[in-house]
Design a protein around this ligand. Sequence first.
Ligand SMILES: C[S@@+](CC[C@H](N)C(=O)[O-])C[C@H]1O[C@@H](n2cnc3c(N)ncnc32)[C@H](O)[C@@H]1O
Length: 199
Amino acid sequence: MTMSYNWFKVGLWVLGLFEIWVFIYVLEHIFSRRVKNQYPPVSCRSGHIRALIREIRTHYPNAKVGVDIGAGVGRLARAVSRGTGMYIYGIENMPVSICVARILNFLTGATRVRMIYADAFEYLANYDGRFDIGIAYLGPGMNYMLGPIMSKFRVVITLDVEIPGLTPTRIIDAGGGYTRYHGVGKYPHRLFVYENAGC
Ligand SMILES: C[S@@+](CC[C@H](N)C(=O)[O-])C[C@H]1O[C@@H](n2cnc3c(N)ncnc32)[C@H](O)[C@@H]1O
């Protein structure tokens, strides 16, 4: 009797903590969208990930270090690191997402993914060096911010949305339909690849 009562109490605690986490996560989504005016930490689709890994393996097999610019909970960063063997830095400016990403990295043994809590554009503008590949899944209306940091990468690959004012080296159809961006419309699942665009 006492034993099952104790388990019941543990269950209630776990449920309570889970509810608090969901509440904070929802608040972060609202804060991200309404206050920061950026797309919330929503992970990209499996089709994007498959197409991205195929693209990197085919055209950039020697790439060693990449950055996920706006990494959310790190799904894309972990998948690309696993699929290509690259070391990936995931930069994210939302605290709960960074925290969840670090826990998931630990639980999945993603030792080649490192999360950085920072504004990605500020961090990269001040970074003195060049990465092999930058990946950005930021949503419509955000990619203009990539312009000033293009020189920090040999290759930049954006998901769904082009970088205004730049001509992509390749456009890849990632299949699987489109992403519906709330209030903005539907964008086909595509990758836009920019080689040496900041030089
Ligand atoms: C659509 S999500 C993509 C998440 C991740 N790349 C994936 O596909 O799994 C976009 C992410 O970019 C982050 N973000 C937007 N602007 C940012 C900035 N200036 N610095 C860091 N992260 C940013 C958002 O908080 C969000 O988590």
